[in-house]
Design a protein around this ligand. Structure first.
Ligand code: KIV
Length: 266
């Protein structure tokens, strides 16, 4: 398989080939999903919830993102590696945004950065992209805005809000982003945005009309505690398997059945 570059990902839209993106937070998982053939590995700031046990992504720092992106990069050969810019790593000023985007590339090996964007940060997308760092936008439900939204709710319902998101998507395309994540918006709006811009859309909770789909690895593998959002499809039940295997180990250690001859040295 060939390395997935930004131009290669962009051209997948024109060729009507669906883009597959999955999150990873460590080298071992990154290696498995890279070998399975995903197009993009995203080091999401969802690591706050998934790895750090936090209630939301707000406390995740740029140092956390650099650490996890660096270790994920060691597991990747073919997939494109994108890293989230965490809350308050790009909001204070364009200069700070550029410095932090640069750190993710220079110190951690990211090949693009992802930003949750509203109208105030379109210029930041332009500035980062102009510096030579590809940008993936993220609109709709933006988890970094959880305090403002008052929870994790479907976005873009109603004509006015749908129009705003469509305009924002076009502005992000105009600012030079190479792709756009659409999270938790009605499928009809996701289709309209996808048809209206030339860069690929990657949906999560945005229906089948997007140019690609993304899931958090822990959700995909059935490792996340219930309840998971409606858009999650579990392709395995690893939480159950981890519990069952650990209980079997506990029982065998306590009964003396483990280690047996087979697992002991002479
Ligand atoms: O942080 C994350 O994992 C994300 C994806 C769910 C798109 O932003």
């Amino acid at each position: 398989m060939k390395k997935k570059t930004v131009p290669a990902i962009r051209s997948m839209k024109d060729e009507h080939r669906k883009i597959v993106m999955v999150t990873a937070y460590d080298a071992a998982t990154a290696r498995m999903i890279d070998e399975a053939g995903v197009d993009i590995v995203l080091v999401g700031d969802s690591l706050g919830n998934v790895v750090q046990g936090l209630p939301n992504t707000l406390p995740v720092t740029i140092e956390d993102m650099i650490y996890h992106t660096r270790i994920v990069s060691r597991g990747i050969e073919n997939a494109h590696l994108s890293a989230d810019m965490p809350f308050m790593s790009y909001q204070a000023s364009k200069e700070e945004a550029l410095r932090n985007a640069g750190r993710l590339v220079k110190e951690a090996g990211a090949e693009s950065v992802k930003l949750e964007i509203n109208e105030d940060y379109v210029d930041t997308v332009y500035a980062i992209n102009k510096s030579g760092i590809p940008v993936m936008g993220h609109i709709g439900l933006c988890p970094q805005s959880v305090l403002e939204m008052g929870g994790y709710k479907v976005q873009g319902r109603g004509k006015k809000e749908a129009g705003r998101l469509l305009g924002l998507a076009k502005a992000i395309e105009g600012a030079g982003a190479f792709s756009l994540v659409l999270e938790s918006i009605p499928r009809s709006l996701a289709e309209e945005i996808t048809d209206s811009i030339s860069i690929p859309t990657i949906g999560i909770g945005a229906g089948p009309g997007c140019d690609g789909q993304v899931l958090v690895i822990n959700d995909l593998l059935g490792l996340s505690p219930e309840p998971t959002p409606k858009f999650v499809k579990k392709y395995a039940e690893l939480r159950e398997i981890v519990g069952k295997s650990t209980r079997a180990f506990i029982e065998e250690v306590r009964s003396g059945a483990f280690p047996s001859e087979e697992h002991s040295y002479d």
